[in-house]
Design a protein around this ligand. Structure first.
Ligand code: CDP
Length: 786
């Protein structure tokens, strides 16, 4: 007999993360924790040069070292047709170099040994005769007619251009510019940075010579796709390949691509008949794995004198490194950069994007952003800020005047998106209220009167996440849909298997909350499984804030499917018709007679013990979700900074963030995601830079040179929410994982520029270091006096 309904901790509850129990006790299970009997260890020899012909490779001394089992070169891989592999962007990438090396850190050979230290030491005995070639370190140089062709391995590749891509309407945009009173333009560079997850990449490949079963434990954000790619590359039958991604120590886009190390370790295990482990060290991760950004951008904004925005033009040049391996959706060569119109009501816009090969590691991954969206958000928000100076308007007023209004949704953007919902005025007004904008302007005036460099910056952003609808979204032809499988046990506890892959985002908690909200089973009674291709439904993986919009939606759908069957069983138990039942919290009850009820636990037991005649027993199901549209989270960030004129150092005084990701499943986890994103945005604005010298040597191969913000530098954040549900998502949620990294860099930089704008300074490329600020101030003052 059912008792009083209990409160179910579904969406909206700040449920503590179930996964933290094992993480804070040091009981996580990462790839490097996996130790198998007879396991061998692999280390990779990497190129010291950015561009060089390989004349010969002599492995004999390394092979003779006691404990070394094999030395693998590209020629050996070629004998098995594995010297090259496809990338996720329809390019090819060398697994181990045979003809040339094309970036510093490229994989040249591998040593397999009984001991990881022996493997590493033996690398030094491999002799490679390199013939250096000109290193190309900028995409501008790459596209010059006399530049050497980096990808001379590709038939028909005449130069270094990879793609040319356009979006929007050129003619309509030209017309809009013809009607403008003012055109504001900016040239800016979003520099190369690295996601630098705490756990580097690696794998343990275990191929059983007797059965042919390949089990590969791997640091992958997209295990199902990797399984399919492995089947295609190695020719192993797909059912014999099991990819297991255990706990991941962060990914941030860096663990999406297929890396040569995975392929070599797998081939070695196949040939040697023993498990092979390969784990990168920090420098290997920083110099050779998926970078982000490296985008040269030009933007022009056409406005009326009164501040009405008319049109937007952008042209981009992307540095993709030596192999095009970013994993953008196939149709969109420059990712979803065409969201560059942002939160504004533009009648016309035009985007032109070109990509080029250079002698750098492959890059352009979605580092805590949907594909290239952070670059787009940065460009439009820097332009809008400069337009406010040009028109002598308040930057907040200029934005509020041009925002898409709440009553315009669904809104068709000039570049082809249909924004699902939004309330941009609401988010900005809340941010202005929370920071006390009027008061802050007064403070700024007073500070400036005392000669202080005090800036207020803001950025409003529209993200585009949840790729995506099958019509437009695929990677390597695989449609970007995701699944969820749910089984309710007889005692009313459940196991949920999801296609996406958590890397610290808290899926084991939030996805259980989605089921809790639909079925009334408490989240702690639902085990969430992921990351094992044999035991979870197919899906394209976790990146670009797509888990909640896709696999989260599939989770709600499968729970609803099960609820429909549960209703039939409850009707049978209560001897009423289904139509007479209502579901609330954790139970079905007879309309008008709430004490005549059956809980989900009663129903689950009956599904295996007392179900209606003719019904299939059990209570389980699987759903796949093909979203009808993307989701469009948004927000406004306002930052106040003070710049020290004597050192160029800048310090954040206030940072207010208002985010809207629709219905928040777990507000505490969302806040954590936003704190992480605001910190990463700050790191990129202030310090994170991977750069190269003229010879193509990577400057930033360790954490002494590649700076990440610590708790010492990170500003204090004040976070707030508005809630505008996504109309098409089953529970009204939009993704949030990456929003703050997308939106905040422009806010920080706009604040610094605002502090300096009276000196005529309109741009400093990120990272905005104290030395760059100091130089800009000196140059401006010299100009004033000179
Ligand atoms: O794909 P990824 O998990 O990185 O991004 P996401 O789908 O935006 O989710 C990040 C985390 O925030 C997950 O644990 C989500 O379930 C949670 N989330 C939430 O609680 N409410 C939302 N409206 C969106 C995300």
């Amino acid at each position: 007999m059912a008792t009083e309904a209990t409160e179910i901790r579904g969406p909206g509850h700040r449920v503590k993360r179930v996964e933290d129990d094992r993480f804070i006790r040091g009981k996580g299970n990462y790839v490097d924790d996996i130790k198998l009997p007879e396991m061998l260890h692999m280390a990779i020899l990497r190129s010291p040069l950015a561009h060089a012909k390989i004349n010969s490779i002599d492995t004999s001394k390394a092979a003779a070292v006691p404990g070394v089992v094999a030395v693998v070169t590209g020629d050996l891989m070629a004998q098995h047709n594995l010297a090259w592999m496809p990338t996720l962007s329809y390019d090819t990438q060398a697994v181990l170099a045979t003809d040339k090396v094309r970036f510093q850190g490229q994989e040249v050979a591998a040593v397999i040994a009984e001991d990881p230290y022996v493997a590493k030491d033996a690398l030094e005995l491999i002799e490679v005769d390199y013939e250096p070639l000109e290193a190309i370190v900028t995409p501008q140089r790459a596209l010059e007619p006399d530049a050497p062709v980096i990808r001379d391995d590709k038939e028909g590749q005449a130069g270094n251009a990879i793609y040319h891509w356009e979006a929007g309407d050129k003619e309509a945009t030209d017309k809009a510019f013809g009607e403008a009173d003012v055109v504001v333009s900016i040239d800016t560079f979003y520099p190369r940075c690295h996601p630098a997850p705490l756990e580097t990449c690696g794998c343990v490949a275990d191929i059983n010579p007797a059965t042919g079963q390949a089990t590969i434990y791997m640091t992958s954000q997209a295990p199902h796709v990797i399984r399919t790619v492995f089947a295609l590359v190695t020719g192993l039958p797909e059912e014999k390949i099991r990819i297991v991604s255990p706990d991941l120590g962060g990914g941030f886009g860096n663990k999406v691509p297929v890396y040569p190390g995975y392929v070599v370790a797998t081939a070695a295990s196949l040939l040697l008949g023993r498990p092979v482990k390969w784990i990168e060290d920090r420098s290997e991760n920083l110099i050779s794995t998926g970078f982000a950004r490296d985008y040269h951008m030009h933007g022009e904004l056409a406005l009326k004198k009164d501040g009405t925005m008319l049109g937007l033009r952008t042209s981009l040049l992307s540095d993709n490194g030596a192999f095009y391996a970013d994993a953008q959706p196939t149709k969109f060569k420059a990712g979803l950069f065409h969201i560059v119109t942002g939160s504004y009501d533009f009648k016309a816009a035009h985007v032109v994007a070109d990509g080029a090969y250079t002698n750098k590691a492959p890059g352009g991954v979605a580092y805590r952003c949907s594909f290239r969206v952070t670059e787009a958000s940065y460009l439009i928000e820097r332009l809008v800020q400069n337009a406010a100076y040009e028109l002598a308007m308040d930057p907040a007023q200029l934005r509020l005047k041009n925002f898409i209004r709440a009553d315009q949704f669904p809104y068709a953007s000039a570049t082809g998106f249909v924004y699902d919902s939004g309330d941009y005025h609401g988010a900005m007004n809340l941010a202005l209220e929370k920071i006390g904008y009027d008061e802050l302007l007064k403070e700024q005036k007073e500070a400036r009167a005392q000669g202080k460099l005090y800036g207020i910056g803001m950025a409003s952003f529209t993200e585009v996440v949840g790729a995506g609808p099958h019509k437009d979204y695929d990677i390597l032809g695989l449609k970007m849909n995701d699944g969820a499988e749910l089984r309710i046990h007889p005692t009313g506890k459940a196991i949920l298997k999801i296609s996406c892959q958590t890397q610290g985002q808290g899926h084991e908690t939030t996805f259980a909350q989605i089921v809790a909200g639909e079925l009334g089973i408490q989240p702690e009674d639902i085990k969430v499984m992921h990351g094992d291709t044999d035991n979870t439904p197919y899906g394209l993986g976790t990146y670009a804030s797509r888990s909640t919009p896709t696999s989260g939606a599939a989770t709600a759908m499968v729970a609803r499917k099960i609820r429909d069957k549960a209703r039939k069983i409850a009707a049978h138990l209560l001897e009423v018709s289904e139509e007479d039942l209502e579901f609330q919290g954790d139970r079905f009850f007879v309309k008008g007679a709430p004490d005549r009820a059956k809980t989900i636990q009663d129903v689950a037991f009956a599904a295996y013990t007392n179900f209606p005649d003719g019904m299939e027993p059990g209570l389980e199901g699987v759903s796949y979700y093909d979203p009808p549209n993307l989701t469009f989270p948004f927000g406004t960030y306002v930052v106040a900074v003070e710049v020290d004129p004597d050192t160029g150092q800048w310090e954040v005084r206030r940072m207010v963030a208002v985010d809207d990701c629709g219905v928040r499943i777990n507000p505490m986890i969302v806040e954590g995601q936003i704190h992480g994103g605001l910190t990463e945005g700050y790191g990129i604005a202030a310090m994170q830079l991977i750069t190269f010298d003229d010879g193509g040597n990577c400057v930033g191969s360790n954490f002494m040179d590649y700076l990440l913000p610590t708790s010492w530098e990170t500003p204090k954040f004040e976070t707030f929410a508005t809630v505008t549900p996504s109309p098409h998502h089953p529970i009204g949620a939009k993704g949030v994982g990456e929003s703050a990294t997308v939106g905040s860099p422009a806010a920080y930089v706009n604040a610094v520029i605002d502090a300096l704008q009276h000196l005529g300074i309109r741009n400093i490329d990120m990272p905005v270091t104290s030395s760059k600020v100091w130089d800009a101030v000196q140059a401006a003052r010299a100009g004033e006096t000179g």
